[in-house]
Write a protein that binds this ligand. Structure first.
Ligand code: 3HC
Length: 346
């Protein structure tokens, strides 16, 4: 039988004299070997390829958390669209927040290819069972927070997400290529907005930028997740090529890149222990407050309840849109079915 399908192994192994169980076990072992070889070669797994259930579950966990982070991440900045100081800044912020919504949609679609429906993922978010990034549970108090979120939060996101463009699960990797291009614009617009305030702003505006940096620095470096020694998922995710770098390695790369950017901007990073370590060739930084991190991840940060409520309200208030779209689709289907069949071409 000729086929172009990529999941032919799923159909291998008919019954033979050794019995169905033995055949199934042999087929499973062959599929596992093929999966392991693809991973070891740095290859990609497609949605229709066979994969171990634990690999599928890990991906659904990570991609759905990532998707939730994108749509919850629209909220702290959305708050400032109507308060932007100029038309130009408003247009940029509007575009950025729309991009985040789009990223959420690509990611939900990538997770759906693994057999979990968007309704299931959203139920988990709305029920408070699903995680999303800790960073979005902090308030945005001033306009300078918009610039600092672009510079530090999107900057941290890019550092973490560029390696995901080479994630072993191809639909996630493909989504990440486009997302990273847009994130790069997000980071630059934030930095440019801060540069403008620091170079052309009043003393009060410069102080506003420094205050925003003081509040966002530590939550930004917590975004990379717990230290490697306390990260239960890193081992298997790295073995499977889902994560290409560990949480601590990415955090260090981010600190190393950001110190120089802060100097050019003219702000101080709020860490008295930040100093260049010649022997390591990296910046040393102070102790991270992991109690604060776990408190926020556990739902007790300054804005967790508000963020979740905003998502639940948006879902409930949008019910009529979903109903109208379904009614319209049904109407079109019925109209198409009622049309006379096309005459066959002579
Ligand atoms: N916030 C909330 N939870 C976090 C977290 C954070 N910053 N960092 C880690 N966790 C959670 C993990 O999800 C995991 O919980 P679980 O086992 O219940 O799923 C637990 O803490 C232990 O952490 P691990 O290090 O073992 O977890 P991972 O191996 O999954 O690594 C990660 C965590 C680095 C965030 C990884 O999942 C990842 O790279 N995810 C994809 C990127 C992503 O989701 N980024 C979120 C920000 S998106 C964004 O910023 C939008 C942009 O527009 C600004």
């Amino acid at each position: 039988m000729y086929t172009q399908a990529m999941d032919t192994l799923a159909r291998e192994g008919g019954q033979d004299a050794g019995g169905a169980d033995e055949t199934a076990a042999l087929a499973d072992a062959a599929r596992q070997r093929r999966f392991d070889a693809a991973i070891d070669d740095g290859g990609f797994i497609e949605a229709k390829d066979w994969m171990p259930e634990s690999y599928r579950k890990t991906l659904v966990r990570q991609i759905s958390q990532h998707a939730h982070s994108e749509i919850v991440g629209m909220l702290p900045e959305g708050h400032w669209i109507a308060r932007a100081p100029t038309l130009k800044r408003k247009a940029i912020l509007l575009a950025k927040v729309q991009d985040e919504g789009g990223h959420g949609l690509y990611l939900y679609a990538a997770a759906e290819t693994l057999g979990t429906s968007r309704d299931q993922m959203l139920d988990a978010l709305h029920g408070g069972k699903a995680k999303y990034s800790s960073i979005f549970n902090y308030p945005t108090l001033t306009w300078a927070d918009m610039g600092v979120i672009g510079w530090l939060v999107d900057g941290a996101a890019i550092m973490n997400q560029v390696p995901l463009c080479r994630c072993s699960y191809a639909p996630y990797a493909r989504a990440m290529v486009r997302i990273c291009r847009e994130e790069s614009f997000h980071q630059r617009q934030g930095y440019e907005s801060l540069l403008t305030m620091m170079r052309e702003g009043t003393g009060a505006q410069k102080a506003m930028v420094q205050d925003a940096v003081d509040r966002w620095w530590w939550p930004s470096i917590q975004m990379f997740g717990p230290p490697d020694s306390d990260s239960p998922n890193s081992g298997t995710s790295m073995r499977w090529g889902i994560k290409r770098f560990s949480n601590d390695d990415l955090r260090q790369k981010f600190v190393d890149a950001t110190v120089e950017q802060a100097r050019i901007l003219g702000v101080t990073l709020p860490d008295p222990d930040l100093r260049w370590n010649e022997a390591r060739g990296h910046w040393d930084f102070g102790a991270i407050d992991w109690d604060e991190f776990w408190n926020v991840v556990g739902g007790h940060g300054p804005c967790n309840a508000e963020r979740l409520q905003a998502r639940v309200d948006a879902w409930e208030e949008g019910a009529w849109v979903r109903e109208a779209a379904l009614a319209h689709a049904r109407k079109r289907e019925a109209a198409a079915a009622a049309l006379p069949a096309e005459p066959l071409a002579a």
